[in-house]
Design a protein around this ligand. Structure first.
Ligand code: NAD
Length: 479
């Protein structure tokens, strides 16, 4: 029990005006799907939020046809300046509806409201503002002499940052002049459907943005559709591999943003209290459902005990519970399947001999929860040091020299992100130079900005999202 108790401070859901059932969003209208609908639930209560349409192959075909028509008839004929106006309009509408979007995201995904309110939704608006600014400047972006859109983009996203991943996909695609069909994850379709309402409000030409809901089969039908020119996928490495195989030789341009197992390296000259905050943010932000999470802590041997003690003390103050409560630090795990995966891998960690420590906290009766957990003395060959757990679980390893830290950090099939904590700028630069990771943070972690490219090496995928680089993925001939 902590010495300071907090009164409940739940954000009201009264701001939401949800429909009991949602259709597919095709040609700026909500239309019924062919098949049976499915329900989306709150992972904190397991209660149904709404019924969601399950798009069949024929439904996907209708959506792609709408996107193609819109591309041929309207969107490809607009000037960059006019496309930019629509994107600015979307960005402003996201800001206007920010509170509603944050509440819907926390309800459907289980993430704490302070994160959806202060991180996810502001970044969504920032992404649209940023790419709105690029729409009329493509000729000056160093992307070739006459950068042209690809056509129709098929976009499939995961459940960990539902609306933010949508923004990462849709904003650059539209700025570059493409039309899109996007499929949100089956456990978190709600904010994509609210975004569809924003598309209507912004009065986009019908068919420029289409949203098809459903599970893996819908995603497969979308990425394999013969009339799409570009596939953008964010999700697991396993599904990414399947997509790479099925699109090979099809002429479709492909970007894959996959898993990660980032090293967060703490040297003995680091500001320890700041580093502890960074470690906590690195792996417990969004319940650790973060592809670039700092899930492997590499700490210099001389400060190992001190850092782990301070970490435990800090984790003991985190509050787990109702995602809509403004005081909540750790929300719900997104689904029963994900919870099962986290439990299984944690049991493996214990069986392999790592020391398990779990923060004491009351677990609510309903819903899916996992208390913040640390595994100490993890060996490099252990599964919890190699596989992505995608949950609030930190593996702690030690090192003695910078060379050993680099070798251990790079000893992973992934290469998405990394963190370095040290007082010496020269050491940070020397180590960063040798890490095989797409994004490296120095004395901070999990910072995102639309101007900064994001993406991985090795099994973390290929292509970059964000920045000028993010436009290249949606333009002919651009690299
Ligand atoms: P997932 O691969 O199971 O699902 C992702 C999406 O793909 C979902 O919308 C799903 O319905 C769809 N899908 C499933 N099978 C498909 C198929 N055969 N063809 C086409 N689409 C299919 O992943 P997940 O469990 O939802 O998400 C977690 C994973 O996403 C983690 O591995 C995480 O690291 C990764 N991720 C990566 C980034 C990044 O930018 N690199 C960002 C967020 C999440």
């Amino acid at each position: 029990m902590s010495f300071l108790e907090y009164a409940p401070a739940p954000e009201s859901t009264a701001i939401l005006d949800l429909k009991p059932e949602y259709g597919l969003f095709i040609g700026n209208e909500f239309v019924p799907a062919e098949g049976e609908s499915f329900s989306t639930i709150s992972p904190a209560t397991e209660k149904e939020i709404a019924r969601i349409a399950n798009a069949s192959e024929a439904d996907v075909d209708r959506a792609v046809a709408a996107a193609r028509r819109a591309y041929d008839k309207t969107w490809s004929k607009l000037s960059g300046r006019d496309r930019g106006k629509y994107l600015f309009r979307i960005a402003r509408l996201v800001q206007e509806r920010a509170r509603e979007l944050a509440v819907a995201e926390s309800l459907d995904n289980g993430k704490p409201i302070k994160e959806s309110r202060d991180v996810d939704v502001p970044l969504v608006a920032a992404w649209f503002f940023y790419y709105a600014g690029w729409a009329d400047k493509l000729d000056y972006a160093g992307l070739g002499g006459n950068p042209r859109a690809l056509g129709v983009a098929a976009q499939v996203i995961p459940w960990n940052f539902p609306l933010l991943m949508l923004a990462w996909k849709i904003a650059p695609a539209l700025a570059a002049g493409n039309t899109v069909v996007l499929k949100p994850a089956e456990t978190t379709p709600l904010t994509a459907l609210l975004f569809a309402e924003i598309v209507q409000q912004a009065d986009l030409p019908p068919g420029v943005v289409n949203i098809v809901t459903g599970a893996g089969e819908t995603g497969r039908a979308l990425v394999n559709h013969p009339d799409v020119d570009k596939v953008a996928f964010t999700g697991s490495t396993e599904v990414g591999r399947q997509i790479a195989r099925s699109t090979a030789g099809s002429g479709k341009k492909l970007t894959l943003e996959l898993g990660g197992k980032a090293a967060n390296i703490v040297f003995d000259d680091a500001p320890i209290d700041q580093a502890v905050e960074g470690i906590v943010n690195g792996i417990f932000f969004n319940q650790g459902h973060v592809c670039c999470a700092g899930s492997r802590l590499l700490v210099q041997e001389s400060i190992h005990e001190d850092v782990v003690e301070r970490l435990k003390a800090r984790l003991s103050t985190l509050r787990l519970g109702d995602p809509l409560d403004k005081n909540t630090d750790i929300g719900a795990i997104n689904s029963a399947e994900q919870l099962e995966r986290i439990r299984t891998l944690s049991d493996v960690g214990e069986a392999e001999g790592a020391e398990r420590w779990t923060a004491e906290c009351a677990i609510p009766e309903n819903g899916f929860w996992f208390a913040p957990t640390i595994f100490d003395n993890v060996s490099t060959s252990s599964r919890i040091a190699r596989e992505e757990i995608f949950g609030p679980v930190l593996s702690v390893l030690t090192f003695r020299t910078p060379a050993e830290a680099i070798a251990k950090a790079n000893n992973t099939p992934y290469g998405l992100s990394a963190g370095i904590w040290s007082d010496k700028g020269s050491r940070i630069l020397a180590v960063a130079d040798k890490l095989r990771a797409g994004v490296i943070w120095a004395n901070t972690f999990n910072r995102f900005d639309p101007a900064s490219p994001f993406g991985g090496y090795k099994e973390s995928g290929y292509g970059r999202e964000g920045g000028r680089h993010g436009l290249a993925a949606y333009l002919k001939g651009a690299k």
